[in-house]
Design a binder for this molecule. Structure first.
Ligand SMILES: Nc1ncnc2c1ncn2[C@@H]1O[C@H](COP(=O)(O)OP(=O)(O)OP(=O)(O)O)[C@@H](O)[C@H]1O
Length: 253
């Protein structure tokens, strides 16, 4: 299992007790190493469930998650450096910014200098010894972003990580995320409700149906980065004209 192997998702079936109504069904996708994939779909489609399955947090499903020839959930997961970022920052309030990063690095060599380097990347060197509650919401997201990248993830799973953040801060977070992604060459699976965000960031956008989530379309976004909002808006309009069924009016554009 290496950074260079593709990730093969095959979720044949996923349902939760007690209803056992299918949430994911016959979902198959291959993601190449280093790709930035955005998933977009209606609320309740099963996007978070999908990320939880890929992360190995939920193993009650039929199907496989493979890296190259190896099943990610059969013993070898520890070999893959994986990070997650959620809607909530999940920072430890009793630890400083730096300590929050050191916590995920455990006793790795040069942990402190690595943590400081990533904090510098997100512009938070001066806040290293502050506590999360002393920072603005946007700064806290930047700490969460730094914590995700400090482990040098091969696979980064992001579940609407920039929701409820004001527009200028989101723009800054997007820029920092793309810089960190390009520097670390991580494979990113990014769930969002925002079509424009997906087009702005991703190499490919995967459109999911309502539950049970199935892939209804995959659009490769070949525009070079950084992408201008005008370009993205034009592309969004064209895509919706071509595939009016894609968003079924439920997503933020
Ligand atoms: N632990 C659970 N137990 C029972 N049902 C669950 C559980 N987790 C999720 N579900 C159900 O599975 C379906 C998909 O949920 P999921 O959170 O994956 O959707 P989503 O696409 O991420 O939604 P949203 O965009 O609103 O965050 C929903 O109907 C939800 O109620």
């Amino acid at each position: 299992m290496t950074l260079h192997d593709p990730l093969h998702l095959h979720i044949a079936h996923k349902a939760f007790s007690p209803t056992f109504i299918p949430v994911l069904s016959q979902l198959q996708l291959t993601i190449h190493a280093g790709e930035f994939i955005a998933f977009i779909g209606p609320s309740g489609a099963g996007k978070s469930t999908l990320l939880n399955i890929v992360a190995g947090l939920d193993r009650q499903f039929s199907g496989t998650v493979m890296i190259g020839q190896q099943n990610l959930h059969q013993g070898s997961q520890a070999q893959l450096r994986l990070a997650m970022m959620f809607q909530e920052t999940r920072l430890m309030p009793w630890l400083t910014v730096l300590e929050n990063l050191l916590l995920v690095l455990k006793k790795e060599t040069h942990a402190r200098s690595r943590a400081m380097q990533v904090l510098e990347r997100v512009g938070l060197t001066a806040q290293a010894n502050a506590y999360p509650q002393q920072l603005s919401g946007g700064m806290q997201r930047r700490v969460a972003l730094a914590r995700a990248f400090v482990v040098q993830p091969e696979l980064l799973l992001m579940d609407e990580p920039f929701i409820s953040v004001d527009a200028p801060t989101v723009q800054q977070l997007h820029t920092q995320l793309l810089q960190l992604w390009q520097q670390h060459q991580a494979t990113i699976l990014f769930v969002t409700h925002h079509f424009l965000e997906a087009l702005l960031l991703a190499d490919s956008v995967v459109f999911l149906s309502a539950a049970p989530a199935q892939i209804i379309h995959v659009e490769a976004i070949t525009l070079p980065r950084p992408r201008e909002l005008e370009q993205i808006e034009r592309m969004a309009k064209q895509l919706l004209q071509r595939y009016p069924q894609l968003l079924s009016g439920q997503l933020g554009v």
